[in-house]
Design a protein. Structure first.
Length: 351
């Protein structure tokens, strides 16, 4: 039997936390000099700065960020909220953010909101408690409380990926409605007559693509709701194959093309067409969205929509840094909405 007295004390218990004074003693400088180095103040000689940094590394000292923020009003943190870490679409966005943030000696505090406005609201509350100098957030579907917190934060806010009707501050993205309409019109122009739509997750961006699809077909009396298959679950290649089978069963094969809300689903459709011996693009057209790397290497190569995700991320953080630096000339030249656009990439899966 064990009791509290029989549990051995771990190595970390009773160990004194390292302080500026410890670093100062090792580097043979004053605590004030260590503080100036940690907070990146100018005026410290290069050899002294190197000696302090060496002492910090050897001791494993971790600066007290809260104290630094109070002293300088600079946290060197940028908060980023995205709905999924597993969706490859967001990797390019994050690369654009990190490529600008890291050379500027800023840290990115990343939150995965799992497509949940409530979880996003909680993440925003936690993030703002860390005194970020700017926030990058996906879309404009935040709760009322979340929007109020962001608007009252006093830091630059960049909403990305969508065209937001009433942005909190900066908005960088494109119209998913216009992109969906452009894809559909392209399929119509290629003489496809009975066009279907397959969508998963059905977040606001997917719903806007569907709305663009329906707008074009409604205008030419070509919309048949039986050809629209959507589910709330996450997308995958396997899901694309399953939804295509459902589409063909529901329409009894009366469909000659499909616009998929993303490339995962479209790749599943291509796979299933091959299994069902449906010739693409001669008898059936397939178009995806996002232009992921695999799209160009599919057989046949997948028609899709390319969007500049890297630019959305990099431009968002550039504008935040402009605000932080109070670059008034740049601010005057930068509109609240920056349209990063989209491009139809028509390959071999459509005529």
């Amino acid at each position: 039997m064990f009791n509290n007295n029989s549990i051995p004390m771990g190595k970390s218990q009773g160990v004194k936390r390292l302080t500026l004074k410890d670093v100062a003693e090792k580097a043979q400088v004053s605590p004030m000099t260590v503080s100036r180095v940690v907070n990146e103040f100018a005026g410290v000689r290069a050899d002294v700065r190197n000696r302090v940094n060496t002492a910090i590394t050897e001791l494993g000292y971790i600066p007290n960020r809260s104290a630094s923020v109070l002293a300088s009003s600079k946290s060197k943190l940028i908060g980023v909220l995205i709905p999924s870490l597993s969706n490859v679409v967001f990797s390019d966005v994050l690369r654009g953010i990190y490529d600008i943030a890291i050379p500027a000696n800023y840290q990115v505090l990343l939150f995965n909101t799992h497509y949940s406005p409530i979880e996003e609201e909680r993440a925003i509350r936690t993030l703002l408690g860390q005194s970020p100098e700017g926030v990058i957030i996906t879309g404009g579907e935040q709760t009322g409380a979340a929007k109020s917190m962001l608007a009252a934060s006093g830091v630059p806010i960049a909403q990305i990926m969508d065209k937001v009707e009433d942005p909190i501050d900066i908005n960088i993205g494109f119209s998913h409605f216009e992109a969906g309409a452009a894809v559909t019109q392209s399929l119509v122009d290629q003489s496809y007559k009975k066009i279907g739509f397959i969508g998963a997750r059905m977040d606001r961006r997917t719903c806007e693509r569907l709305a663009g699809f329906e707008s074009v077909l409604s205008a030419i009396n070509g919309l048949d709701k039986k050809r629209v298959i959507t589910i709330p679950q996450a997308s995958s290649v396997a899901m694309g194959a399953a939804l295509f089978r459902e589409l063909m069963a529901k329409t009894e094969g009366d469909c000659d093309a499909v616009f998929c809300c993303n490339d995962d689903l479209a790749l599943g459709v291509l796979h299933e067409c091959n299994k069902m011996q449906i010739k693409v693009p001669e008898k059936f057209g397939v178009c995806g969205f996002n232009d992921i790397e695999m799209a160009a290497y599919a057989q046949p190569a997948l028609s899709t929509v390319s969007v500049n995700r890297y630019k959305m991320g990099s431009r968002a953080i550039e504008l935040i840094f402009n605000r932080i630096r109070h670059d008034d000339d740049t601010l005057l030249a930068s509109p609240n909405y920056i349209n990063t656009g989209f491009e139809l990439v028509m390959r071999d899966s459509t005529r």
